[in-house]
Design a protein around this ligand. Structure first.
Ligand code: PLP
Length: 376
């Protein structure tokens, strides 16, 4: 992968915002509960190692990732805290996970049997049993299936450290609680099928911990809130201020005046009605600034400027209210003057969710960090 180092387009991550969001959430937990920072997908685009460091500073005691490789990256960086891989790991890597002290999610008996038989002869693996209460993604389907797995794990304690049990909610970010309550009911039935509760019982993503904290269990998997984004978009207001951690900035690489009748970009879909100032910005869909954002706006010196013509792979054009010098800062997400563009604004325009926007920024955009150290 080639990182864009000699370019003006960059992502700025504010460490103070990340610490603020995590500290606020921890202050709402009872003192027996832990916060694991969900830092999959390169920390939702913010940088996995940097976010891990900030999360620790703010009091997170463990991490959740999606892939074994993300967990291995954290171990390589020297993080010794518990790490849970939330996805299903191919069973042939069970031994590697065990060697690194990484906890894996297990969703069926067959995985346990195969791991015990072929990969864990002389080593113990930490596992969390995933329960499908209605997400329909991974996990045990019924309490009786769980009972069988629980028994198997208890009979293979040399191979398995049964560390946790969890489920995931499909609608915790919605006002209507009907389906959420259905899942809670199923989770209770699952829990009754267990002989003994493991160390960690966890059900909460950000939305659950913000709006259904009574369900929390003794650990929460706090993800999108870390980054200062509302998991519900705009549907429900968080109980405290989430501070956006990521800004996306660039500059004007080229500025020109065009005369009425001239067109802009592929397909010549935009034609100037008047003489206009047009600025070019060196970012495009290959950076994760999606093509369907054509028609949205950026901030130039506190002015909303419309993106005109189709967004290209590496560049795009905006209509400026007046001439600005080449090199003028452009804010694509974040604050400029008294204007702000949030990831939710971008997501709404692109008809998606804020998560997808920050995860989508590619490695070509360098990440810059500020406020990485705690100052008193
Ligand atoms: C990604 C994920 C989370 C974190 O979700 P947020 O909405 O970002 O808080 C929690 N649990 C599981 C199982 C996940 O896959």
């Amino acid at each position: 992968m080639v990182e864009g180092i000699h370019r003006s387009t960059r992502i700025i991550v504010d460490g103070a915002a990340i610490r603020h969001n995590i500290s606020e959430e921890i202050s709402r937990l009872d003192n027996k509960s832990e916060l694991f920072a969900v830092i999959k997908a390169n920390g939702y685009g913010h940088g996995i190692r940097a976010v891990a460091k900030l999360a620790k500073q703010a009091g997170a005691t463990g991490f959740c990732v999606a892939l074994l490789d993300e967990a291995l990256d954290l171990r390589e960086a020297g993080f010794v805290e518990p790490i849970l891989v939330l996805g299903i790991t191919p069973v042939e890597h069970a031994r590697l996970a065990a060697e690194k002290g990484i906890s894996l999610t297990v969703g069926n008996l067959e995985w346990l049997q195969e791991a015990a038989q072929n990969y864990l002869e002389d080593i113990q693996l930490k596992i969390h049993l995933g329960l499908d209460t209605g997400m329909g993604r991974i996990g045990f389907q019924t309490p009786s299936e769980l009972t069988v797995a629980d028994k198997f794990v208890n009979e293979h304690q040399e191979q398995f450290d049964f560390e946790g049990v969890f489920t995931h909610f499909a609608t915790a970010d919605e006002k209507d609680e009907t389906y959420f309550k259905l899942q809670v009911g199923r989770f209770k039935e699952f829990m009754n099928a267990l002989k003994k509760r493991p160390k960690y019982v966890h059900v909460s993503n950000t939305a659950t911990s913000l709006w259904h904290a009574a369900c929390n269990g003794n650990m929460i998997r706090f993800g999108v809130g870390i980054y200062g984004m509302n998991p519900s978009g705009r549907e429900i207001t968080p109980p405290y201020e989430l501070q956006p951690a990521m800004s996306l900035v660039s500059d004007l690489s080229f500025v020109k005046k065009i005369t009425a009748g001239r067109s802009i970009s592929y397909g010549a879909t935009y034609t100037a009605k008047n003489d206009e100032w047009i600025g070019t910005i060196p970012i495009g869909y290959a950076d994760g600034y999606e093509r369907r954002l054509t028609g949205f706006h950026v901030l130039v010196d506190g002015n909303e400027c419309e993106i005109v013509g189709r967004i290209c792979m590496d560049q795009m054009m905006v209509r400026l209210p007046k001439e600005f010098p080449v090199g003028t800062t452009v804010v694509l997400a974040g604050r400029s003057g008294n204007q702000i563009i949030t990831m939710t604004d971008i997501a709404d325009y692109a008809n998606t969710i804020n998560y997808e926007i920050t995860c989508g920024f590619t490695e070509r955009i360098p990440r810059e960090y500020k406020n990485m150290e705690v100052t008193k």
